[in-house]
Design a protein around this ligand. Structure first.
Ligand code: 13P
Length: 263
């Protein structure tokens, strides 16, 4: 496989936290914390995924203050427009300068019955509007016991990548459901093993070029104390962070993982 030229991506999924006023304070504080620490945004890309109602405000702030954070949404509709009450079109997200959109998060699969087919439809919708889908896959603890770590996430990704073009800009996030919000992260070895398998799926579906360019993230109880150990793994290109992305100092420390001792 080609030399790794992938820019690490640290993504903060705020889930249903922080209203648009709190978002402004948070983004400003995070920006200044990183700036004062001398963080070079070229070395690690930072992306934040606030609730829909925050996006316009955060986009305006990022634009006005030239804050080097990418913006993403936490979901989108499979459809582009029409009678879909409560849904948000990829068209609207693209207009708000969203670069990314999370698709198929386990909380959406679990609480909103999102099937692999719906996830695949949303991936197509994102790509139609020039958004990079952050495709989330992962096994529950029951899946882990029954099928091992990689079978379920590999199967989920295979369906999500149906009919995706070889040159599509996608991100894959491996989030074992048992590690999300539990404080019990996967080990770096476990994360590496599954992330490598997911990269093989990208290679099989989209080709070797896509596989060497696509970033595969790990998510699930990522903290400043464990991020560096994940980032040492060759197939882990970043992290999708939940709880710790809501704490300015903690999230800034995760973004600055390259400065941690021993890295
Ligand atoms: P935690 O970091 O809170 O475990 O959440 C992970 C997650 O679900 C990110 O999408």
């Amino acid at each position: 496989m080609a030399v790794n030229t992938r820019t690490p991506l640290i993504a903060g999924n705020w889930k249903m936290n922080l209203d648009h006023m709190q978002a402004v304070a948070f983004v400003q504080k995070l920006y200044w914390t990183l700036k004062e620490a001398g963080h070079d945004p070229q070395t690690v890309e930072t992306a934040i995924f606030p609730p829909f109602t925050d996006l316009r405000t955060v986009q305006t702030l990022i634009d006005a203050d030239k804050i080097p954070f990418a913006l993403g949404a936490q979901d989108l509709s499979e459809h582009d427009s029409g009678a879909y009450t409560g849904e948000i079109s990829g068209q609207f997200l693209a207009k708000l300068a969203c670069g990314y959109v999370i698709i198929g998060h386990s909380e959406r699969r679990q609480y909103h019955n999102e099937t692999d087919e719906i996830v695949a439809g949303k991936v197509q919708a994102a790509l139609r509007h020039g958004l990079s889908p952050v495709i989330c896959v992962g096994e529950t603890s029951e899946d882990l016991e029954r099928f091992g770590a990689s079978a379920v996430p590999v199967g989920q990704l295979e369906v999500a990548l149906e009919n995706v073009a070889a040159d599509a800009d996608i991100v894959v996030a491996y989030e074992p459901v048992w590690a999300i919000g539990s404080g019990q992260a996967a080990t770096p070895d476990q994360a590496q093993e599954v992330c490598a398998k997911l990269r093989e799926v990208v290679a099989a579906k989209l080709g070797e070029d896509a596989a060497s360019r696509t970033r595969v993230l790990y998510g699930g109880s990522v903290k400043s104390s464990n991020i560096a150990s994940f980032m040492r793994e060759p197939d882990v290109d970043g992290a999708l962070v939940g709880g710790a992305s809501l704490l300015v100092d903690e999230f800034a420390a995760i973004i600055r993982y390259q400065k941690h001792v021993g890295v």
